[in-house]
Design a binder for this molecule. Structure first.
Ligand code: PMP
Length: 382
C-alpha cells in the first residue's frame, strides 16, 4: 500500500481559510467598498481589459503599475513592489525577512494573516497585547522589537479601527534593527497625516503595505503593494512569484489608480457615514448597558468598519439576551452579514461591521435592534 501523503507536522492543525461569504442582501463582512467603481471608470477598465493579450505572460515586474503607484505617492517606481493582494505581500515579507531565526512581533488583537503566514514560513511570533482600548502598548512593543526580525503594526488596526502614531513607528525604526511594516490597508479612510509612507524615505527599515481592495473597489482583482527602501523592495522582488499579478489585474489597477479622482465621492460618502453608524451602534450599546442587560460599547474607528462589543450580564443572559455569536447568526438569517470576532482572544463579545451605504446602515441597525429586543432607533444624524 502506498503511504498517505501528510502535511508538514507543524501545519497539521491548519484549516482552510473560510471567509464566511454566504449570499446576503447586505454585505458588511469583508470591508469592501460597497459602492463599487463609478460607471466611467468601470467602462475604462473594461475597454483596457479588452486589449489585454491572453496568450502572453504578464510583465513580471509590473512596470506601468509600479510607475502609476509611485507617481501617486511621489516615490520612485523602484520603491514599490506589487503583489496578488496585500495578502501576498505579507506572505512574501515573512518568506524573505522572517523565518525560524527572525521572530515577528505583532500587536494583538490584529489581522489574522500575520500569524498564519508566520506559521507557513516557520517564523516565531511574539504577540504584544494591546491595551483595553486597543491602543498599541508602546513600551512593551519597543522592548519586544529589540530581539525581532520583523514588527508588523496595522494602522488603522483590523479589527479595532484605531491608528498608531507615525512618531511611534519612527521610534521603533530608530531604536531597533527590526524591519517595521505598517499595514495601511485602510489608510485611505483615515485622517490626513496618519500615514507612515513619509517615514520610508529616511528609514530603510520602514515599509508600508497598501491595497486596492478597499478604497479603490478592486478586491476582485487582487492587487496590493508595498512602499519601501531599495533593500526591502529588491528583497521582495527576489522572493515573489514572478507572475503573481496577472495582466488583467495589472491593467485594471493601472486604470483605476490613474482615474482615482473619480472614486473620491464614494470614499467621502463612506467616511461621512462612519460617525452615523458609530453613533447608532453606540446608542444600542448604551441602551443595553443602562438597562443592566450587558456591558457594551462601540469603538471609534478611522477605517471603513466599526467594531462593537456586547457582553451580556448574568441578568441579560437570564432574560435571553443573545451573545455576539448568536447575534451574528440572527443577522445572517435575516440577510445581513457582519464579521464575528467573538472567539478571537481580546475581542470577546465583538462584531465588526463594514461601513456601507446609508440604507445598509439602516437595515443593519434595524436588524440588530430586533436581535437585542430594542424598539426602533431615533437617528442621531437626521
Ligand atoms: N491587511 C489588512 C489589515 C486587511 O484587513 C486585509 C484584508 N482583509 C489585507 C491586509 C489584505 O487585503 P488584500 O489581500 O485584499 O489586499
Amino acid at each position: 500500500m502506498p503511504k498517505t501523503p501528510t502535511l508538514r507536522p507543524d501545519l497539521a492543525d491548519l484549516e482552510p481559510y473560510d471567509p464566511d461569504m454566504r449570499p446576503a442582501r447586505v454585505i458588511l463582512t469583508a470591508n469592501e467598498n460597497n459602492y463599487g467603481l463609478p460607471d466611467g471608470v468601470r467602462a475604462a477598465v473594461d475597454a483596457a481589459l479588452s486589449e489585454v493579450p491572453t496568450n502572453r505572460y504578464p510583465d513580471a515586474t509590473s512596470p506601468e503599475l509600479r510607475r502609476a503607484l509611485g507617481e501617486m505617492w511621489g516615490v520612485p517606481a523602484d520603491g514599490v513592489v506589487v503583489g496578488n493582494g496585500g495578502d501576498e505581500i505579507i506572505f512574501n515579507l515573512l518568506l524573505g525577512f522572517g523565518g525560524p531565526t527572525r521572530p515577528l512581533v505583532t500587536c494583538a488583537p490584529t489581522f489574522s494573516a500575520y500569524e498564519l503566514y508566520a506559521q507557513l514560513t516557520q517564523t516565531p511570533v511574539v504577540r504584544v497585547a494591546r491595551t483595553e482600548s486597543f491602543d498599541v502598548d508602546e513600551v512593551a512593543t519597543l522592548s519586544a522589537a529589540r530581539d525581532a526580525g520583523l514588527v508588523v503594526v496595522c494602522s488603522p488596526n483590523n479589527p479595532s479601527g484605531n491608528l498608531v502614531s507615525p512618531a511611534f513607528v519612527e521610534r521603533l525604526a530608530d531604536q531597533t534593527d527590526a524591519l517595521v511594516m505598517v499595514d495601511e490597508a485602510y489608510g485611505e479612510f483615515a485622517d490626513d497625516g496618519s500615514s507612515c509612507v513619509p517615514l520610508v524615505a529616511a528609514h530603510d527599515n520602514v515599509c508600508v503595505l497598501r491595497t486596492l481592495s478597499k478604497a479603490f473597489s478592486l478586491a476582485g482583482a487582487r492587487v496590493g503593494y508595498l512602499i519601501g527602501s531599495r533593500p526591502v523592495v529588491d528583497g521582495m522582488l527576489a522572493v515573489r512569484l514572478p507572475y503573481s499579478v496577472n495582466r488583467f489585474s495589472q491593467r485594471a489597477a493601472q486604470v483605476v489608480v490613474e482615474r482615482r479622482a473619480e472614486l473620491r465621492p464614494a470614499l467621502d460618502a463612506i467616511v461621512a457615514e462612519r460617525p452615523r453608524l458609530t453613533a447608532l451602534l453606540a446608542g444600542i450599546a448604551d441602551e443595553l448597558t443602562r438597562s443592566g442587560a450587558a456591558r457594551a460599547q462601540a469603538f471609534p474607528s478611522q477605517a471603513n468598519f466599526v467594531m462593537m462589543r456586547v457582553i451580556p450580564t448574568e441578568r441579560g443572559r437570564a432574560d435571553g439576551l443573545p451573545d455576539a455569536h448568536q447575534v451574528h447568526e440572527l443577522l445572517a438569517e435575516r440577510g445581513v452579514l457582519v464579521r464575528d470576532f467573538s472567539s478571537t482572544p481580546g475581542c470577546e463579545g465583538c462584531l465588526r461591521v463594514t461601513v456601507g451605504r446609508p440604507a445598509e446602515t439602516d437595515e443593519l441597525v434595524a436588524r440588530l435592534r430586533e436581535a437585542y429586543g430594542l424598539g426602533p432607533a431615533g437617528d442621531p444624524a437626521r
